[in-house]
Ligand binder design. Structure first.
Ligand code: 7RM
Length: 659
């Protein structure tokens, strides 16, 4: 990894390989610049053209109402393509039947390498229509919410598309969440139908899924029906009058369901994500703008061609899976691999075995996955022929130089480019990324804004920095993929969270640096959100879980550098009076957090703290806690406002003991 540690590594430019450029949609930076300029000089003309050309409309949108948005306090709203009528499942399936009915739409690659199945566009069309009829027969109507708690199986893509066919709003909950987290999400959206499965495969294990769902739904008074997909054959209890097998329902379902023609701004789905305060937020996306933005970015970010095999390893439970396993690729008529497994099963070569098996051309994964397999050595790569790869994507967290170099050099072998895509659940699709054939890349930089996206970097006084500089990353202008708001947002958290810090701008919560060429590097979150293995978590959520334990008086949670996960979870815990500080209690607290939030929120380290570094006004000085956790003891900055500066010495001494 010599190259990766050279000091000037970040300033090196890696030109687009000819092999990438040849097949690319945009072939030079000049061409990108021209298109980008067009897209921001006359955004309505640009987006109207894209929406008319790329989507199939039942009724065209009003050309005078291409967009209507404002980021001004008190007036925040976004509306795109008003007057239009559209159906997402029609765009993802029906319209491809004429020339692609026997083309692979979804290639399901199971946890077990021998368990795989190709779903053609015709197959998907049939299954989605049938399940849409199932939902209708259960009384689900346009605007109703359907909660989905499924692992990465083809049925997940089928049921979500079926929801869109009848205009139901899906709310998918990542399969790794706890019963309590699931319960809160079902109750928040008010779903009457929940879809789950008997059990889930995770590497060599089968773990229960319905049992978790049962625990959640026991405390969801609004749920009338639970549909259960058979996956592992694990024995499950079926509750009379509530639970029905998916397979039984499908056996009786009619083959055609008329699509519901939706208004452009009708809600499409709700997806819960973590913020810096309080409960997870139900991010709402709507029909046309989201679909256009997800599909267009999917094509351009990875230069996907009709004949390509494209693979995004993300779980559909996260936004990346929504946009880039299902909606983007299927809207474009491409072939998308849906992978149930994990990177290390049956061995650390699994990703490359799958790439070889299907001759994958465009591959999209997360830095945490790259790091976890890179550390196992190159032999797992060398065993496979991965020469089909052309574009390598990354998302979820900053790529560190070592991982970047391994991905570029070992996986890309000098003839692929890396598309490091920065975006968020709230954005619908990629915001900053190097278009593969157009943009020479710099290590670990996300590079340039997508068409129509106008980033701004803000200084500490809330002023926009022009030219090179470092600060808070905001977006200045509306784009079709932006979330329209939060579900059930009585307290006005939407405006408060995203539009209050820098009035007139959408604030991402991330920091960024712009260099002299105008290229962007994402520097990580500047708020109290941490990014563990690419999973976004609010420190407040983990703190709330810890303080809900009877022995805990107070807790403060920060991220700290972790070799594989990017960030690990470090928890400072103050116990109630007379509670003994034992290792057993630490284990119990970890188990408690897993139960309340889910395994992804497990603290990596717990440090007992008799006191936390609070300012005289009672605010926890998180900067100190972050530095102590990271063992950067040298510089704590200005601690003069602390109520009791001696607390810091205690924290440091205990951190050193923890190792
Ligand atoms: C797609 C997704 C969003 C947060 C975001 C960032 C971080 C995402 C990158 C990245 C550096 C990237 N949605 N993030 N992509 N940081 N480089 N290419 O991850 O809503 O779950 O998370 O993830 O902090 O704000 S998300």
């Amino acid at each position: 990894m010599a190259e990766a540690t050279e000091t000037d590594f970040y300033d090196k430019v890696f030109p687009v390989p000819e092999r990438v450029r040849e097949k690319s949609y945009v072939k030079s930076r000049a061409e990108y610049d021209k298109l980008y300029k067009e897209s921001i000089d006359d955004p309505n003309a640009f987006w109207a053209k894209m929406a008319s050309e790329r989507l199939s409309w039942f009724k065209p949108f009003d050309k005078k109402k291409v967009s209507d948005w404002s980021f001004e306090p008190g007036k925040v709203h976004s509306k795109w393509f008003e007057g239009g009528k559209i159906n997402v499942s029609y765009n993802c399936l029906d319209r491809h039947l004429a020339d692609k009915k026997n083309k692979a739409a979804i290639i399901f690659e199971g946890n077990d390498p021998n368990d795989w199945k190709v779903y053609t566009y015709q197959d998907m069309y049939r299954e989605v229509n049938k399940f849409a009829n199932v939902l209708k027969s259960l009384g689900v109507k346009k605007g109703d919410r359907v909660s989905i708690f499924l692992p990465m199986i083809a049925e997940l893509s089928i049921v979500m598309l079926a929801c869109t066919r009848i205009g139901a709003i899906h709310a998918i909950v990542f399969g790794g969440f706890s019963a309590e987290a699931l319960r809160d999400r079902i109750n928040n959206c008010g779903a009457e139908v929940v879809i789950t499965c008997d059990g889930t495969y995770r590497g060599s294990k089968a773990v229960p899924q319905k049992a978790t769902c049962d625990k959640a739904v026991d405390q969801c008074p609004g749920v009338k029906t639970m549909i259960v997909v058979k996956r592992t054959g694990t024995e499950v209890a079926m509750k009379e009058g509530r639970d029905i097998w998916y397979e039984d329902l499908m056996a009786k379902a009619d083959r055609y369901c008329e699509p519901e023609w939706m208004d452009s701004e009708d809600p499409l789905f709700i997806l819960y994500t973590s913020g810096s305060t309080g409960q997870p937020k139900g991010v709402v996306h709507t029909q046309a703008g989201y679909l256009l933005y997800a599909s267009m970015t999917q094509q351009y970010a990875f230069d996907v061609r009709d004949e390509d095999t494209y693979w995004c390893t993300a779980d559909i439970g996260w936004v990346t899976g929504h946009s880039y396993v299902v909606y983007g690729p299927l809207c474009n008529g491409f072939t998308s691999i849906l992978f149930e497994g994990v990177p290390n099963y049956p061995d650390f070569g699994r990703f490359w075995a799958v790439v070889e098996k299907y001759s994958v051309n465009n591959f999209y994964t997360a830095p945490t996955a790259i790091r976890s397999i890179a550390k196992e050595g190159d032999k797992w790569v060398d065993m496979h022929d991965i020469s089909s790869l052309r574009v390598l994507g990354s998302v979820g967290e900053p790529l560190n130089p070592e991982a970047w170099w391994w991905y570029y050099n070992k996986i890309g072998a000098g003839h692929c480019t890396i598309s490091d895509t920065w975006w968020q659940t709230e954005n619908g699709g990629h915001m900053i990324l190097p278009l593969p054939g157009a943009i020479d890349i710099k290590p670990a930089k996300a590079m340039v804004p997508f068409f129509g996206v106008v980033p701004a970097i803000m200084d500490e006084d809330g002023k926009e920095i022009k030219g090179p500089g470092k600060g808070a990353l905001c977006i200045k202008k509306g784009w079709p993929g932006i979330t329209r708001g939060l579900w059930d947002d009585k307290e006005g958290r939407f405006e408060e969270n995203y539009f209050s810090q820098f009035p007139g701008y959408y604030f991402s919560g991330d920091g960024a640096e712009r260099d002299a060429d105008g290229d962007y590097k994402i520097t990580g979150r500047v708020d109290d959100v941490i990014n563990v293995s690419g999973h976004r978590l609010g420190t407040a959520e983990v703190e709330a879980a810890l303080t809900s334990h009877p022995d805990v008086a107070e807790a403060a949670v920060v991220g700290f550098p972790h070799d594989i996960k990017g960030q690990g979870i470090f928890a400072y815990v103050t116990l109630n009076h007379n509670v003994a500080k034992t290792d057993e209690l630490k284990k119990a607290l970890v188990a408690h957090v897993r139960k309340v939030v889910g395994p992804i929120a497990s603290p990596d380290q717990i440090q007992w703290a008799d006191g936390l570094p609070k300012t005289r006004s009672g605010k926890i000085m998180r900067r100190v806690l972050r530095n102590v956790a990271a063992k950067t003891f040298g510089d704590f900055g200005d601690t003069s406002t602390l109520a009791d500066p001696a607390v810091v010495d205690d924290l440091v001494a205990n951190r050193k003991k923890l190792g």
